[in-house]
Design a protein around this ligand. Structure first.
Ligand code: PLP
Length: 364
């Protein structure tokens, strides 16, 4: 059976060039802190990757600290502000939402955009240390107004953290122009290896540190550098940056998908469709068929998608993103996310549409 992968926001297939490079680098024992020749070679590889990673987000190389991924990056920043007032968007990833139980949630509208008026009211109420709002939502693809959020945060003396995992390589990202103080990135969402990411620092003068021990990464992140993984991340950043204009073309494919879905299933709801979204993501719900049934039926025909539900302790809960956007539990329980990427072909979307037509008419 041909497998069609439409779940890039969960993890993207690795670019072939990255597989080749990381495989080759793993054959040599590189500890970038060793003083011998192999260590110095490892250091050079890491610094080259830092340069490439910085170019993807418009910063200088010395602003980039490599780590194990965005869960670590988000925890590093949020934990640093533990005990102080922190505002987090209610549609952010759990790797932000679950870090500080006392964090105050910023509401979003039905379109998924952060309510800027509510954010300002929250900022006026009490001195706030940090505002954390993601760049692009992993479920809906909705792009948050980062520049406005940072301007508001700064107006009230707060710093701005942005989880940019789903934005990197998908939309232009310039940290300085957007006024972001801390930004988290993850390699495996853009065609790099899993288990590598970066925390990028602006110029606010604060350096959150989670892992202590060695002096690696200018003492901002202890632990032997994952040289091959970091090199793969750097190369993935370089490819993603060069591919950005091409990537925007996915928007046409997504619009074609959504127009066809509306024709096949007139009752369908498409989340965030009237606001700016990353070009690769569509989240939709067809009330009456649960996403579990759809996912299983699609999986049997070779399609890999996700639903908006998080599975915890054996119970499937409705997506917190859709609930925050005002969706009722029934609609949220029907939602599917289709996310495309660098290797998605129009024929794959056509094949999905034909499977969707067949499956929904059968299950209804
Ligand atoms: N933030 C967002 C928006 C994500 O989509 C993900 C991945 O699921 C993460 C954070 C966690 O990233 P990582 O797998 O690198 O820990």
């Amino acid at each position: 059976m041909t497998r069609i992968y439409l779940d890039y926001n969960a993890t993207a297939p690795i670019f072939p060039e990255v597989i080749h490079l990381t495989g080759e680098l793993m054959t040599a024992p590189h500890n970038a802190s060793s003083v011998h020749a192999l260590g110095r070679e490892g250091r050079k590889i890491v610094e080259q990757a830092r340069e490439k990673t910085s170019e993807l987000c418009g910063v200088q190389a010395n602003q980039v600290i490599f780590n194990s991924g965005a869960t670590e990056g988000n925890n590093t920043v949020l934990q640093h502000f533990s005990g102080q007032r922190v505002l987090v968007s209610s549609t952010d990833h759990k790797a932000v939402l679950d870090v500080l139980p006392g964090a105050v949630h910023i509401p979003v509208g039905t379109d998924g955009l952060v309510d800027l008026h509510a954010l300002e009211e929250l900022l006026k109420q009490e001195p706030t240390a940090l505002v954390s709002v993601m760049a692009v939502n992993n479920e809906t693809g909705v792009i948050q107004p980062m520049a406005e959020i940072s301007a508001l945060a700064h107006k009230y003396g707060a710093l701005y953290h942005c989880d940019a995992v789903q934005a990197a390589g998908k939309i232009p990202l310039n940290m300085a122009e957007l006024g972001i103080d801390f930004m988290t990135l993850s390699a495996h969402k853009i065609g790099g290896p899993q288990g590598v990411g970066a925390l990028v620092f602006g110029f606010c003068g604060q350096t959150p540190v989670l892992l202590h021990g060695g002096g690696q990464e200018k003492s901002a992140r202890a632990g032997t550098e994952n040289v091959a993984g970091i090199a793969g991340f750097g190369l993935a950043c370089e490819i993603a940056r060069k591919n950005l204009p091409q990537y925007q073309k996915l928007e046409e494919l997504r619009d074609r998908l959504e127009n066809n879905l509306k024709e096949i299933s007139p009752n369908i709801t498409i989340y965030g469709q009237n606001v700016a979204r990353a070009p690769n993501t569509s989240m939709f719900a067809l009330p009456g068929i649960t996403s579990e049934r759809l996912l299983i039926a699609l999986d049997l025909q070779g399609f890999a998608l996700s639903n908006g539900s998080a599975c915890s302790s054996g119970t499937v809960q409705p997506s917190h993103v859709l609930t925050a956007m005002g969706a009722n539990d029934k609609d949220a329980a029907s939602a599917l996310r289709l996310s495309m990427g660098w290797n998605t072909k129009p024929e794959e979307i056509d094949a999905f549409l034909s499977a969707w037509k067949d499956i929904t008419s059968r299950l209804h």
